[in-house]
Write a protein that binds this ligand. Sequence first.
Ligand SMILES: [Zn+2]
Length: 472
Amino acid sequence: MESITKQEISPIFFSVDKNRRLPHDDAESNPMIQSLIKPVGRMFFLQRCGIALESAHAGEFSHPACHTAPARVFHSDTFLHVSGGWHDAGDYGRYVVPACKAIADLLLAFRAAPEAFGDDWGIPESGNGVADVLDEARFELEWLLRMQRDDGGVYHKVTCAYFPDMVAPQQERAELFVFPVSTAATGDFSAVMAMAYPLYESIDRAFAKKCLRASVNAYEFLKHAKPLPFHNPSGVVTGEYGDESDADERYFAACALYQATGQSYYLSDASALYRNGRSADLGWADVGGYGNAMLLFGGRACEDDILVGRIRADLLATAERLSERTEQSPYGISIDEFLWGSNMYLLNNAMTLLLANDAQDTERYVAAARAHLNYILGGNPSGICYVTGFGGRSPQHPHHRPSAAAGAAMPGMLVGGPDQYLHDLTAKTLLSGKPAAERYIDSVESYSTNEVAVYWNSVLLYVLARLSRLGA
Ligand SMILES: [Zn+2]
């Protein structure tokens, strides 16, 4: 890694191994990027839970219906029917908070570049006249609707108490639990349901209205609820997705509901929340950036010019910083700390750059975003395309139970990438002493570098869809 110098890097794309062919080598053509959209989008379909995946659509990843048993509300004798939705990651848990980041990415991608999405993903709904990305998002939205309580609050997650062995989905048969309502889950839910409303209105008006009603109910619950952060109860070891601050989720919901309804009530709330503490991130825990995107690009001209002016100025300043870091980086990316899931962080930055380009056409931002995608697709110190099934070399052993059970890597999945803090034993044992950007290993045991997640694939899909249309 240290041998790579800035001089060796071309302004837009670079390859560590100059002889190796990258997926985008054909003059960085749009069709090459476009060709990745379908497999990356199909990953969501292959993660579907609660229904049988037929071999005609899922091939070697077909399976009978999984996780269909009613789930026990934790510490109670109440059972709920909450089947459906996507398995979150390498495990079979279904978590509302990261699911909403994934939905937000997909819906923003469709809004910004509808022509990038076909009706031909090879999923059961293909050919129905609706872009498959919206069919796929709807599958998750229908599950989310089941996770809402009558009073508007939204349950945080449904999982077993423990992670299963590396078994196929239908082989995880331990008892399912629904875990308590959190205000982060409720805020995120309210936001994505409001985002869904205008997009589905012309497709299925009744469904769109249901989404809007659910969004408003969740919002009213939030208005009267103190923060309810989620913590795993003792004895439960599945993903926590804990978040101590719900102000950004409330803000995202207010922005999305303002866009959906035009009501000043929501805009006043959004303004007040923005003044009290800004968040511009696009992570599952910090979703203020999605609220900003809704106000800037949601389709309804925002009536608060001062608020919009501040958000826009902040976005452009952030994009300038990210561009500068990208141009100075030996890897052509804007991060220099490789956290668990580093590939998501750098793609979130690429998304921020593309949103900034929407606010003010700037080739520098687009070039920086392209450089991030180049890194993901193989222009990185490990020389590996971090999307399974693509590039000269890609992960063969992702930490992903359906892949392990099938004995083959499911294609189209983005793995987490280098984790400089070596959070799992395999990484610790085999990667200590390596430079931070090379702390990645293609091992099924390495959940901190080689797992996958729907909310990582979603931001990749956003970046692919945008760059496929921006003359890459
Ligand atoms: Zn399942």
